[in-house]
Design a protein around this ligand. Structure first.
Ligand SMILES: Nc1ncnc2c1ncn2[C@@H]1O[C@H](COP(=O)(O)OP(=O)(O)OP(=O)(O)O)[C@@H](O)[C@H]1O
Ligand SMILES: [Mg+2]
Length: 386
């Protein structure tokens, strides 16, 4: 109802004179929508068809009396909030009590001789109903807004989860692609060398066995790489004790052909130690460092090119001779996508990934420094014994 006088008022009385009287009073006051019926059943029909704002209900009626009707209306889920004013000739306390117990909110006494009492009570009841409706509307729209917001937040959460997943997948695929470049390179060189080896008469049963073994190792390494980076973001990965030397040798075997191809000599010195962590991820780091050293040696056309991997005191140092790293950029080389290599030759992800693996996943430290006649990368880890 937009104003009180538009309210729908249902008047129920078995006596036509009473109905007419009440209707006249309301009409004179300016109420525009008054519906009069002579019994409870007709009243129920009206209720089911129209949104009623107030009921004025006679108590003494044949068939269904006012108290019963009042009770029915007040227990009906659709009508229970409609205020009811009971009109009763029996202004005794018991009838009033029963009326209020049945759910009436007010009463008028019969016979209705003047409009004062009726109009005052009608106005009060409608004003209250109006305010209750207003608050109900606010509550409903608040409820809707809250539901909308919860819905929106839920959708946002899902979207963010989706985006995080996609970003992680992108990073995973990028990492695998990055780490496949070296073994793919090695496979390609091994295959290319096959013809020369044949022409030189080197191919016999032992050669074939070696060839199969060597390339199967590379393929296995590539296969592990997929698992390594698929599990990279999992926090429940299992750390294991492993020999640092063994892990380095695995990588060196893979890069062997490539290093030979460029006449680079690789030497491993020092004493092995055992660490606890992720063996394959550690191998990926060693591969990146050896590959970077190889790239630097090749790029600077270093004669007598050498890579030395030294193990001592829980440290792994990978040194290559040649030209050092420009001091202007040395602090930036661990940043993602930082590269000095030309497009297609470097992504700048190698050292960033290596730092993540060593420092975030294995609690270690990786550092770089220029040394006399070359570059030294140092990885410090906690050995199992220390
Ligand atoms: N041993 C090294 N000697 C000289 N410069 C190096 C050496 N190792 C790394 N760098 C420098 O650090 C940069 C970053 O190395 P990083 O491995 O992160 O990326 P990248 O080798 O350029 O590309 P990719 O990620 O594809 O391997 C290199 O571009 C290079 O300039
Ligand atoms: Mg690199």
């Amino acid at each position: 109802m937009s104003n009180l006088y538009n309210s729908y008022i249902l008047v129920v009385d078995d006596n036509d004179d009473n109905l007419e009287l009440i209707e006249d009073f309301l009409d004179d006051e300016g109420y525009e929508n008054i519906i009069c019926v002579t019994g409870a059943r007709d009243a129920y029909d009206v209720l089911s068809e129209k949104g009623i704002d107030l009921i004025i209900l006679d108590i003494m009626m044949p068939d269904i009396d006012g108290l019963e009707a009042c009770e029915y209306i007040k227990t009906h889920p659709d009508y229970k909030d409609i205020p009811i004013i009971i009109a009763t000739a029996k202004a005794d306390l018991d009838t009033l009590k029963a009326g209020f117990e049945a759910g009436a909110s007010d009463y008028v006494r019969k016979p209705i001789t003047n409009d004062i009492e009726l109009l005052a009570r009608v106005k009060n009841a409608l004003t209250l109903k109006c305010q209750v409706d207003y608050i109900k509307n606010i509550n409903e729209s608040l409820d809707d807004k809250i539901k909308d917001e919860i819905d929106k937040n839920h959708k946002k959460d899902l979207l963010m989860q989706e985006q995080t997943k996609l970003a992680e997948m992108g990073e995973m695929v990028g990492s695998i692609a990055h780490q496949w470049r070296q073994p793919l390179n090695a496979l390609s060189i091994n295959i290319q060398n096959l013809e020369d080896d044949f022409e030189e008469g080197l191919i016999d049963k032992i050669f074939i066995d070696n060839f199969i073994q060597k390339n199967t190792d590379i393929i296995n390494f590539m296969s592990h790489t997929i698992d390594d980076f698929r599990n990279f973001f999992r926090i429940d990965k299992e750390k294991i004790d492993f020999s640092v030397l063994e892990s380095i040798e695995n990588v060196v075997n893979i890069q062997d052909a490539v290093l030979k191809n460029y006449n680079i000599n690789l030497e491993i010195i020092g004493d092995d130690f055992i660490i606890n962590g992720f063996k394959n991820e550690f191998s990926q780091v060693v591969m990146n460092l050896i590959n970077n050293a190889k790239d630097a040696l090749v790029e600077n056309k270093i004669d007598d090119a050498k890579i030395v991997v030294e193990l001592s005191n829980n440290k792994i140092t990978i040194i290559n001779n040649g030209v050092g790293i420009d001091e202007d950029i040395i602090d930036r080389i661990f940043e993602p996508y930082f590269t000095t290599k030309e497009q297609g030759k470097g992504t700048g992800m190698g050292l960033y990934m290596s730092k993540m693996i060593i420092e975030n996943n294995m609690n270690g430290k990786i550092d770089v420094k220029n040394i006399d006649n070359g570059v030294s990368f140092e990885i410090s880890l906690k050995s199992v014994d220390s």
